[in-house]
Write a protein that binds this ligand. Sequence first.
Ligand SMILES: NC(=O)c1ccc[n+]([C@@H]2O[C@H](COP(=O)([O-])OP(=O)(O)OC[C@H]3O[C@@H](n4cnc5c(N)ncnc54)[C@H](OP(=O)(O)O)[C@@H]3O)[C@@H](O)[C@H]2O)c1
Length: 234
Amino acid sequence: MNDDKAKKKIVVITGVTRGLGRAMAEKFIALGHTVLGCGRSRQLIDELRQKYPKRHDFDVVDVTSDEEVQAWMARLHKKCGAPDLILNNAGIINPTGPLWKIAAKDFSDVIDVNIKGSANVIRNFLPNMIKKHHGLIVNFSSGWGRSADKDVAPYVATKWAIEGLTQALSMEIPAGLGVVALNPGIINTDMLQSCFGESAAHYPSATRWAERAVPFILKLDENDNGQALSVPDM
Ligand SMILES: NC(=O)c1ccc[n+]([C@@H]2O[C@H](COP(=O)([O-])OP(=O)(O)OC[C@H]3O[C@@H](n4cnc5c(N)ncnc54)[C@H](OP(=O)(O)O)[C@@H]3O)[C@@H](O)[C@H]2O)c1
């Protein structure tokens, strides 16, 4: 492993309160990296603040608000400078059902978090990474960013969008930086339970998944720019 990959990283993670984001935060911290995380649930953010030393940072930020993301980035930049790694992980899924029965508000919410939320993070954090000529952005996609299924059309649409957004961005960013789309696999989280019901229990926990996902992410660099990747199976 070269020096750059071995060095301790500053890692921004959106959606750090539960599920994959929380499990990744815990694993990155256990490996000695610094985690700067956000989510909307104040109580869960407070728990993280109490649990981990102050060099990490957890804040209540709704990624659908460009203003909130901008203020969050400005505060973090003063504290830590530009991050080495951004995990655009925050996401929601629609209440399951055929597209014509999905309320307009539910459709908009999925677009707002999964697409516009990721774009808000990129818009605010990327310029300082460009100045530093360094950094990697991982946009969380899905198997449903490369295939489709019934009853999840809004979610499928957002994850296909993330794949396209990532490819376009990969052609725009300068040398030294990278952006990839990452399909995490199928993991037993609140999101999976909302669409798979009881059969979600047949899939690995987020904590178990993070044991292989975090080392995989840590091996990525600018040479992976533009790739559509998947966390390898156990
Ligand atoms: N689990 C799977 O099998 C699976 C498969 C493929 C892809 N994925 C993708 O992996 C990512 C994580 O999924 P997950 O299963 O861990 O979901 P999850 O358990 O439902 O957790 C989602 C996280 O996103 C946060 N979040 C949602 N809306 C937000 C907003 N507006 N602003 C900030 N944070 C927000 C939530 O925190 P708050 O509620 O506190 O805001 C929570 O921490 C998502 O992008 C998902 O699409 C998951």
